[in-house]
Ligand binder design. Structure first.
Ligand SMILES: Cc1cc2nc3c(=O)[nH]c(=O)nc-3n(C[C@H](O)[C@H](O)[C@H](O)COP(=O)(O)OP(=O)(O)OC[C@H]3O[C@@H](n4cnc5c(N)ncnc54)[C@H](O)[C@@H]3O)c2cc1C
Length: 394
């Protein structure tokens, strides 16, 4: 066996989850090696998506998950600022809020119930409060009046970040003390080592599986469970607009728009990201197809400023979707009594909470007192087996 020097943490996968686990490990004084199968710094996997929406959990279905997600969204403001200061890379974070068009009386009633719940639950320990409300459409809202006949649900908690810049900053922060092994594909996992496609074996105190949609195949071999019972990759596509200066100015600082699964996210650099599609079956996971082209028409109908513009490019990739749709974060007990650690992103919510999930995971690995207890549903034994719960984003 050709062994390399052993490290404390060996992380398989360089998406938003793996990078944050590596960063938290380094901050805790551990030696880390992150394996990324991409041959260069251009990220592969769901985390390379251009949307970067940081959405809150519905305030009227409060529990450990909603509270965790809320605190994570609050903390990310500080984390993003620290990361920018540390690396000099602007990550495009801003709390821009979100507008959702309302079309029915029932949607207004639901919004009013959520508004009351937000007043109670969207509060920080230091007295900051965030709101969600039903209101009439305003002249400067970037939303088509015809799309919102009964006004909008408006919140001021939703934020956005530029995913690629964010990943670059995370990678840059690891260069001080950590190692990233590019072009390294893990093919076999165990509690204390990983075997690469090259045949090389790497040893570690703890192995963390953060391989996104590929995690399920890797874990299937270890657990003797069918891959599709653990989770699956769901293809998602997005369109990127680079509008002319006049439209950029109009949309600068505008809130995110959300309707029926369609997000329109104005980014700090003037680009507008639109997505996402959802496909269970596909021929090429990372190639945009006709579904992506349909996003442009849907975006123009919701946001008149985009009418007549063509996207400058499209993007496609796989989201990891565990059996329960929840992120899987924590220990997975193996038949030999040892633990393998999992940090595989939630279906649509990872960007807002990866930093906090990573804190909790490193505390678990080290046996430290938890400062950020994970929601019960993130436990791999549940996330990789339970059926999905009702949709809970606002
Ligand atoms: C179109 C689209 C839009 C989205 N929009 C949002 C959004 O707005 N907000 C949000 O929070 N979430 C969004 N998501 C979901 C989000 O992207 C994922 O939940 C998140 O990226 C998962 O992160 P991850 O680190 O678990 O997995 P990934 O980002 O997939 O990272 C896993 C990494 O592991 C690598 N890898 C795989 N196998 C191996 C191996 N054997 N060896 C070594 N490395 C390996 C992969 O190449 C990849 O780089 C979106 C997803 C899509 C597809």
């Amino acid at each position: 066996m050709n062994d390399r020097r052993s490290v404390d943490l060996l992380i398989v996968g360089g998406g938003v989850m793996g990078l944050w686990v590596a960063k938290r490990g380094l901050e805790a004084g551990m030696s880390i090696l992150l394996l990324a199968d991409a041959p260069n710094a251009t990220p592969k996997g769901g985390s390379a998506n251009p949307l970067g929406a940081l959405m809150p959990h519905a305030p009227d279905r409060w529990g450990d998950l909603a509270a965790f997600q809320f605190q994570a969204l609050i903390d990310l403001e500080t984390e993003a600022a620290r990361l920018e200061e540390e690396t000099g890379i602007a990550v495009g974070y801003q709390r821009i809020g979100r507008l959702t068009p309302l079309r029915t009386e029932a949607a207004i009633d639901e919004t009013q119930a959520q508004a009351r719940a937000a007043a109670e639950n969207w509060r920080t320990a230091d007295g900051r409060a965030f709101t969600l409300a039903h209101r009439a459409i305003r002249a400067d809202d970037p939303i088509a009046p015809a799309a919102a006949p009964l006004g909008v649900r408006a919140d001021d908690l939703t934020a956005r970040i530029a995913p690629r810049a964010y990943l670059s900053a995370l990678r840059a922060s690891l260069t001080r003390g950590g190692s990233i092994h590019l072009g390294a594909q893990a093919v076999e996992l165990a509690a204390d080592h990983v075997r690469l496609a090259t045949g090389e074996t790497l040893r570690a105190g703890a192995v963390i599986v953060a391989a996104g949609a590929a995690s399920f195949a890797l874990l299937s071999r270890l657990t003797n469970r069918a891959e599709q019972d653990l989770g699956r990759g769901i293809k998602g596509q997005a369109a990127i607009f680079e509008p002319p200066a006049r439209i950029r100015e109009q949309l600068a600082g505008a809130p995110m728009l959300y309707a029926g699964g369609l997000y329109i996210t104005p980014h700090a650099d003037g680009r507008i990201a639109v997505g996402a599609t959802t496909e269970r079956n596909w021929r090429w996971a990372d190639r945009p197809d006709a579904q992506a082209a349909s996003l442009a028409a849907a975006a123009s109908a919701l946001c008149p400023a985009l009418a007549g513009l063509q996207p400058s490019r499209f993007w496609a990739g796989l989201r990891p979707r565990t059996a329960s749709r929840m992120p899987a974060v924590g220990a997975l007990e193996l038949a030999n009594g040892r633990s393998l650690w999992i940090a595989t992103g939630g279906y649509k919510i990872s960007f807002g909470l990866a930093h906090r999930a990573a804190t909790a995971l490193i505390e678990q690995i080290r046996g430290d007192e938890p400062s950020a207890a994970l929601p019960a549903a993130f436990a791999p034994a549940l996330a990789l087996t339970q059926r999905p719960r009702k949709h809970t984003s606002v």
